[in-house]
Write a protein that binds this ligand. Structure first.
Ligand code: COA
Length: 780
């Protein structure tokens, strides 16, 4: 068993210990989680199995509670050993995520090594912060998070072994050099002087210059780095044979003891080996995820090293990291720091100190040559099976979600459900990483985003004939979002089901006790077949994290929500029997997000000239809200409906009223019971203007505001509860309830209410009309 020690600072000891959920809670949530994955018969059978599970698991639960009493964290050592170190397949794609960094300005090799030197300097500074406990404590809201993982990124290396790998751990006084990979050669570059002071970026740059000078004479070395991309049980015996050669101690120590590996790539693949042409960002994604095969950079890597920084030609750079000890957010924190450091870095001038860099000798015994070349073929074949697309969704990001009082993470997760449903006509088990860092040594819990509510919404959004009205879709959307938020809250508060189910299974195995029948049931198999493997990995810089799908017929999708856009990637395996396709999925994801936005935003369209019932839609062509605002001066907001009833609970509405100076408000209901209803409708529907702006917040019901655009064409705005609309003074408009014949609105006024409609054409010469026309942008 591999043991790691926790190195937490003082505040760490105050963090709560990871609790064990109750059996009843897990049983109840399990049924809810598997419901969207099962048919009626399967679900009824699952109910019985879950009932039995509660009885069968009682002794296991007792053992688990005992373990929780004695261990620092009942899960963390199992998580490390069982999930990571016992993994026997390949590290890249399956386990090692990559991070694609924003493109830098360098375009030649000198610029590339200057950037590399600044990156190394930045990481050395970050290391000092880690060693001196100066990394600011991460928080979720006001809760401090466990900082243990920060000490588990630098200086660490995974060593392959027969059944469970081991870790070469961090030593605060050690790791005085960086291992450089270039043209598949391995170099040792000291980065501290004899007194332990950091070398300057200029010294580091000068050493790296030696690589440029020796470029012509320096032959590419025997391929070896790709071995770390092979299956672990095949790499382990080769590693043993290589280690038994005394001359190889230097190169192995150089890698294992290094602070991190820095790969200076010479080239990158210019195609993905498929008929579809890929953009450079995506090709770089392949390069950082797996190196593109031994023809390109897969042998210029060491996937066992916890941190590999990859500096490629043409301004592209990235990271590949071994996942055993740290989550993606820890890596992006380091990268954000280093990129900030590089931003202010000055061009470097060589100091002439190039003797520091030393090439390591690698001796390949004759009897290993064959295994190494077989490994190369295997690795290239494995890599070739992975497809990827890297994208930026440009239409909205965090800010839009926040303005609408929604979680961007929830929106992305719900959009992924819609995208998968649209593409495959069904839904599938979904894994989203939720952080358990509120707890001492906490890692992650699974957020199961495939909820019944998300399934219902996805189905409504996939209808061929649009049977569900947009307001009903909006309500289904809110329910899906609430279900997602609820699961997220449960998961990050250690009330998820996955880690508990894992713990019960492992404690049964450790104690030679039978595992409950649930673990062999169809519901469990389906629940664990993660069709969508997803994660938010936020970064301050314009990055995106990349990893492979969890199953052959699934998708990997990682995202970094920006203020006004969303960086994301989608991966698939080419060989599968479900017809997965990364680009097609990404197109569905984009359109799902856009469709969700139009549900949230006020609905509007160009309309016909109303020959019959004005309470029908009269829809000619949908338009988006920016077009409506641009062409009319109308302004629209959307508030969560339940909050609009109680102003005090809706700070953004209160702020809007204050900002715009609305000091008077009243409420009105338009419905058939109103006195002289037909007459009033006629009056509302006569085209008119007001000398003041008209402000309406819909509390209940629905209706149409028709407004003239800058070309005098009618646009129709369909308003629902939560919509607030401001019609500018002097703009021709009219109102009618829709076919439901009911709307309840709150009206706001600047000072005393004014209600003097001026009908067309009398309004044409009204000063407010003249003023409105003057300010309305002409359309070209
Ligand atoms: N109204 C207004 N604002 C809201 C909101 C709402 N209903 N819901 C969320 N927000 C805010 C958040 O406070 C946050 O604000 P900030 O940018 O000022 O911090 C912002 O909107 C974005 O939040 P969002 O991303 O939607 O949700 P979240 O911050 O709760 O994150 C998880 C959810 C699941 C991503 C997060 O809890 C988590 O666990 N992250 C770690 C995942 C992980 O481990 N990944 C790595 C795996 S290797």
């Amino acid at each position: 068993m591999v043991r790691t020690t926790s190195t937490c600072s003082a505040q760490q000891s105050n963090l709560p210990r990871l609790p064990v959920p109750t059996l009843a809670d897990t049983a109840r949530k399990y049924l809810k989680a598997v419901a969207p994955l099962l048919n009626n018969d399967e679900f009824n059978e699952t109910k019985k199995i879950v009932e039995e599970f509660q009885h069968e698991s009682k002794p296991l639960q007792e053992l688990l509670l005992k373990r929780a009493d004695t261990e620092e964290n009942w899960l963390s050592q199992w998580w490390l050993d069982k999930v990571y170190l016992e993994w026997r397949s390949n590290l890249p794609i399956f386990y090692n995520p990559a991070l694609l960094l924003p493109r830098q300005s360098y375009r030649d090799f000198d610029g590339q090594i200057q950037f590399a030197a600044h990156v190394i300097q930045g990481i050395l500074q970050y290391r000092s912060l880690i060693d001196n406990n100066q990394i600011p404590v991460d928080r979720f809201g006001s809760d401090p998070l466990c900082m243990d993982q920060y000490r588990k990124v630098l200086g660490i290396c995974r060593i392959p072994a027969k059944s469970i790998d081991r870790l070469h751990l961090y030593n605060k006084t050690g790791h005085r050099h960086v291992a450089i990979f270039h043209r598949n050669n391995i170099y040792r570059l000291p980065v501290y002087d004899d007194q332990g002071n950091k070398l300057s970026a200029a010294d580091i740059y000068s050493s790296l210059k030696k690589l440029a000078d020796s470029k012509e004479s320096d032959e590419k070395q025997t391929l070896i780095g790709h071995l770390t991309a092979d299956e672990r049980q095949l790499w382990a015996p080769i590693h043993e044979q290589l280690s038994s050669v005394p001359e190889n101690k230097n190169f192995l120590d150089t890698i294992n003891d290094s602070l991190f590996v820095l790969c200076l790539d010479e080239n990158y693949q210019s195609s993905s080996g498929t008929a579809i042409k890929k953009d450079t960002q995506t090709l770089m994604g392949f390069n950082f995820l797996h190196g593109g095969g031994t023809k390109y950079n897969t042998a210029n890597r060491w996937f066992d090293k916890t941190l590999q920084v990859i500096v490629a030609p043409d301004g592209y750079s990235g990271v590949n990291y071994e996942h055993s000890l740290a989550e993606g957010g820890i890596i992006t924190a380091l990268v954000d720091y280093v990129l900030d450091h590089c931003k202010t870095a000055q061009p470097l001038v060589s100091t002439g100190k190039s003797s520091l860099l030393n090439k390591c000798q690698v001796v390949i015994p004759k009897d290993v040559e064959q295994s190494i070349s077989e490994s190369e073929k295997r690795v290239n074949k494995f890599i070739e099976n992975c497809d990827l697309t890297v994208h930026k969704y440009p239409e909205f990001g965090k800010e839009f979600a926040k303005q609408n009082k929604l979680s961007i993470d929830g929106m992305i997760q719900v959009a992924l459900q819609v995208a998968y449903f649209r593409m495959h006509g069904k839904c599938g088990a979904t894994y989203e990483s939720g952080s358990l860092r509120r707890y001492h040594l906490g890692r992650t819990e699974t957020i199961r985003s495939c909820t019944l509510e998300a399934q219902q919404f996805a189905r409504a959004m996939t209808e061929q004939h649009n049977e569900t009205g947009s307001h009903t879709k909006y309500e289904l959307f809110l329910k899906a979002m609430q279900a997602q938020r609820q699961y997220t809250t449960d998961a990050i508060n250690a009330k998820g089901i996955d880690r508990h189910l894992l713990g019960l299974r492992l404690i049964a195995a450790e104690n030679n006790l039978p595992k409950p029948a649930l673990y062999n049931h169809i519901s469990y198999k389906r629940a664990m077949h993660y069709i969508l493997s997803t994660s938010q990995v936020g970064a301050k810089h314009d990055c995106v994290m990349i990893y492979g799908p969890a199953v052959d017929d699934g998708y990997g999708c990682c995202y970094n929500p920006r203020n006004d856009s969303i960086n994301y990637m989608v991966t698939t395996f080419k060989i599968n029997n479900e017809g997965t396709n990364a680009i097609e999925f990404s197109n569905h994801f984009n359109s799902s997000l856009t469709d969700m936005r139009s549900l949230i935003e006020v609905q509007c369209w160009y309309m016909d000239d109303v020959q019959d019932n004005p309470q029908d839609d009269h829809r000619l062509k949908d338009i988006d809200v920016p077009t409506l605002c641009d062409r009319t001066g109308v302004q629209v907001w959307h508030f969560q409906p339940e909050k609009t009833f109680a102003n005090n609970e809706c700070p953004s509405l209160t702020k809007l009223k204050q900002d715009r100076g609305y000091t008077y408000e009243d409420e009105i209901k338009v419905q058939p019971s109103m006195e002289k209803y037909e007459e009033k409708l006629k009056m509302f529907f006569a085209e008119h203007i007001h000398s003041d702006e008209e402000i309406r917040l819909v509390l209940d019901g629905s209706g149409f505001f028709d407004v003239r655009d800058c070309d005098d064409k009618w646009m129709r705005i369909h308003v629902f509860p939560g919509d607030l609309i401001i019609l500018p003074a002097g703009m021709y408009h009219r109102f009618i309830p829709d076919s439901k014949n009911f709307i309840h609105v709150r009206r706001f006024f600047l000072g005393e209410p004014v209600w003097t409609p001026v009908n067309r054409p009398d309004g044409d010469t009204h000063p407010s009309r003249q003023d409105y026309i003057k300010h309305l942008k002409p359309h070209n």
